[in-house]
Design a protein around this ligand. Structure first.
Ligand SMILES: C[S@@+](CC[C@H](N)C(=O)[O-])C[C@H]1O[C@@H](n2cnc3c(N)ncnc32)[C@H](O)[C@@H]1O
Length: 249
């Protein structure tokens, strides 16, 4: 990794409690269905797929399930998460790399970028570079499956929720900001654990609307074949969506 990548990885790690405590992330996400939804989309659009590359794989929680069906590898910017993923899933091939620049030297039938990982790439040039990375790992008909925010979350006042975690139950207060000029949706969380411990984190996600996703995809040689609401409901209402695109070369 370049020294800039290291700075970026350290900045990300400091920003999010889950990145500082990867096991906490896994425990809170335990009932996520993103790998199941992703697999259903692959079955629908490329049932013969055999190989899969996951960009922004985090703790490897989706790869764990996808690896039961595909020959998988994952890439993440944060060495701490990659180390955790290798330790908890020794069977997985996990690399440290930046999805804007990494080149693994081979292609895969399916490329995934799940759990909003794309939203951590903020600038237009960086988004474009990330789609070029996808193209660099694609062959004709490679399927790209993204799960990303397509609309901001806006809330007039902070919301509170009780969350079960491996560190015990916490009350988390969440506030959102939306900057229309940069299309960054900022989420600020204040965690108060029943033990009395407190933590704060700030997560900044770039929102790419459906038409923007189409444009970045087309520029990189992918045709969007579906954009489906994350909720699984009929219309596209956001905030999250799955985008499925096919590489035309
Ligand atoms: C919200 S997590 C999602 C992780 C995983 N996909 C999941 O669903 O559990 C976002 C991930 O994107 C990674 N990430 C952010 N920017 C990245 C970049 N430029 N290259 C590679 N990974 C990146 C972060 O390190 C983090 O693991």
């Amino acid at each position: 990794m370049s020294s800039l990548d290291i700075v970026e990885a350290e900045r990300l790690e400091a920003s999010n409690l889950f990145y500082r405590e990867p096991a906490l992330y896994d425990s809170v996400q335990a009932d996520s269905d993103s790998a199941t939804v992703c697999q259903a989309l692959i079955d629908q659009h490329f049932p013969a797929a055999r190989t899969l590359l996951d960009f922004g794989c985090g703790t490897g929680r989706d790869l764990e399930l996808l690896a039961q069906r595909f020959d998988c590898a994952g890439v993440d910017l944060q060495p701490r998460l990659a180390h955790y993923a290798r330790r908890t899933h020794p069977e997985l091939d996990i690399r440290v790399g930046d999805m804007r620049t990494v080149r693994l030297g081979h292609t895969a039938d399916v490329l995934t970028c799940l759990g909003n990982s794309l939203a951590y790439v903020h600038g237009n040039q960086d988004v474009r570079a990330t789609f070029e990375t996808f193209a660099a790992h694609a062959h004709r008909d490679t399927l790209l499956v993204l799960c990303s925010p397509v609309a901001p979350i806006e809330s007039p006042s902070p919301q509170q929720a009780r969350v079960e975690t491996r560190l015990g139950t916490a009350t988390v207060t969440i506030a959102y900001e939306w900057d229309l000029r940069t299309q960054i949706n900022t989420m600020r969380r204040h965690w108060v654990f029943d033990s009395g411990e407190e933590a704060c984190d700030t997560i900044r996600r770039r929102i790419l609307g459906p038409r923007e996703l189409e444009l970045y995809a087309i520029h990189a040689g992918f045709d969007v074949v579906a954009i489906i609401d994350e909720s699984g409901g009929g219309g596209l209402i956001g905030p999250g969506a799955y985008t499925v695109a096919r590489y035309q070369g």
